[in-house]
Design a protein around this ligand. Structure first.
Ligand SMILES: Nc1ncnc2c1ncn2[C@@H]1O[C@H](COP(=O)(O)OP(=O)(O)O)[C@@H](O)[C@H]1O
Ligand SMILES: N[C@@H](CCC(=O)OP(=O)(O)O)C(=O)O
Length: 387
């Protein structure tokens, strides 16, 4: 089988995945979090929290994407069967989410690490402005050493616009913050060549390339009746995460010290390696998927900062603004001769950018009435057009 044989490919190596990983998204599924629907698994949440805290204290940035709100809400409401009505599912999620975040908060704070609840919808990530807002909130939390605990905002979404499963949400969060690795903790040791609940002869796959189409033929739906996605959504999540250069590891959530051991480079679970490195993935995304909405002209000092020193573009270096664009649009950065030197995501709309040309960040509040960011384009969102 190709997926197993890929281990023979010397370019695939699980130890390399965590070697330089700094920003990690961990996703845990409903069946693990709620002990197959029996109620929040305090011990397991405590153990993951201890590991998250230890990793934050080592200087890594960790984001938890946790399911379990519906399952916990059902338990709290005394419902033994998952309701079919969306409004009842939403009510259960709202009830369960309280217990879920309360438990993460108390476990993480007992380890000396802060936590924050972030609830996201598909619409939040599809809208450029909300996408940037979610991104900058999450990055700020990470800078503060706080662990964001994310779930879907089930109250405000219906079936058509739901992520539906948190594997997809985990991958989109990995894309959003450009994580190095997505770790998906589940109730199996990883991916098998077929659903091990149904096929006892299924073989374990330890290493493959994310996006290999053969993986999709191996993965089935959820086996527990508690989780929603099953293995197929994990395989598709790995493919999506690889789009921004993140590799994915699917591992058993009850494996002792699973997060610490993974981060120490131990080969646990199924590792799905991203084919494209992070910075190249971002470059390709900007080049392929987005239409230029406008541009800003910059002075020689700004050209030197951007090209020579790898810095962000600050409004003080901008001399003119061309075209009409909104916050979150991709714009070009041009030197005095009109040559494109870079492109990136604008933090300010064109009308605001015109007011900010040649201004220092001290003036932004007076000019705009608020301050979003001190950069026009942050260096993380900036791709050089040459080289
Ligand atoms: N090829 C496969 N390898 C491993 N598990 C699989 C496979 N195909 C389907 N599954 C099922 O996927 C389940 C995990 O998905 P799910 O129940 O959604 O968990 P979670 O709540 O962790 O997201 C497993 O328990 C297993 O029965
Ligand atoms: N937002 C939902 C998660 C959806 C879901 O079941 O996801 P998963 O268990 O990860 O397949 C909840 O918290 O119940």
């Amino acid at each position: 089988m190709a997926a197993v044989e890929t281990r023979l490919n010397p370019s695939l190596d699980q130890s390399g995945v965590f070697k330089s990983a700094r920003r990690i998204v961990v996703k845990v599924g409903s069946s693990l979090v709620t002990n197959e629907g029996r109620g929040l698994d305090e011990e397991a949440i405590g153990q993951w929290s201890e590991q998250l805290a230890a990793l934050v204290q080592q200087g890594l940035e960790l984001i938890m994407v946790s399911s379990g709100a519906v399952a916990e809400g059902m338990k709290r409401l005394g419902w033994s069967e998952r309701p079919k009505e969306i409004n009842e599912l939403q009510a259960a999620a709202a009830v369960g989410q309280m217990g879920l975040v309360q438990m993460y908060e108390s476990k993480l704070s007992a380890c000396g690490v802060g936590s924050a609840q972030v609830l996201l919808t598909h619409a939040d990530l599809a809208d450029r402005e909300r996408y940037l807002n979610a991104r900058s909130t999450l990055l700020t939390l990470l800078q503060l050493g706080v662990v964001p605990v994310i779930n879907e905002n089930d109250t405000v979404v219906n079936d058509e616009i739901k992520f539906g499963d948190n594997d997809t949400l985990g991958a989109l969060v990995a894309n959003l913050v450009e994580a190095d690795v997505l770790v998906i903790l589940t109730d199996q040791k990883g991916l098998y060549t077929a659903d091990p609940r149904r096929d006892p002869s299924a073989r374990f796959v330890d290493l493959a390339r994310a996006g290999d189409p053969e993986l999709e033929t191996m993965a089935g739906g959820a086996g527990s009746g508690i989780g929603k996605g099953g293995m197929i959504t994990k395989i598709l999540a790995a493919k999506r995460a690889a789009g921004s250069g993140a590799s994915t590891v699917i591992a058993w959530g009850r494996e002792p010290q699973v997060l610490l051991r993974l981060c120490a480079g131990e080969a646990i679970g199924t590792c799905l390696v991203a084919g494209t490195p992070k910075n190249q993935a971002r470059k390709r995304w900007m080049a392929d998927h987005l239409q230029l909405r406008g541009s800003v002209r910059v002075d020689d000092g700004a050209v030197q900062k951007i090209l020579g020193e790898g810095k962000s573009l600050l409004p003080i270096g901008m001399t003119a603004v061309e075209g009409e664009f909104s916050r979150g649009d991709v714009i070009a950065v041009r030197d005095g001769a009109g040559q494109e030197i870079a492109r990136g995501l604008a933090n300010y709309a064109s009308s605001e950018a015109r007011l900010l040309c040649r201004k220092s960040s001290n003036d932004f509040e007076r000019l705009l009435g608020y301050v979003a960011e001190s950069e026009m384009i942050h260096r993380d969102n900036l791709v050089l057009s040459r080289g």
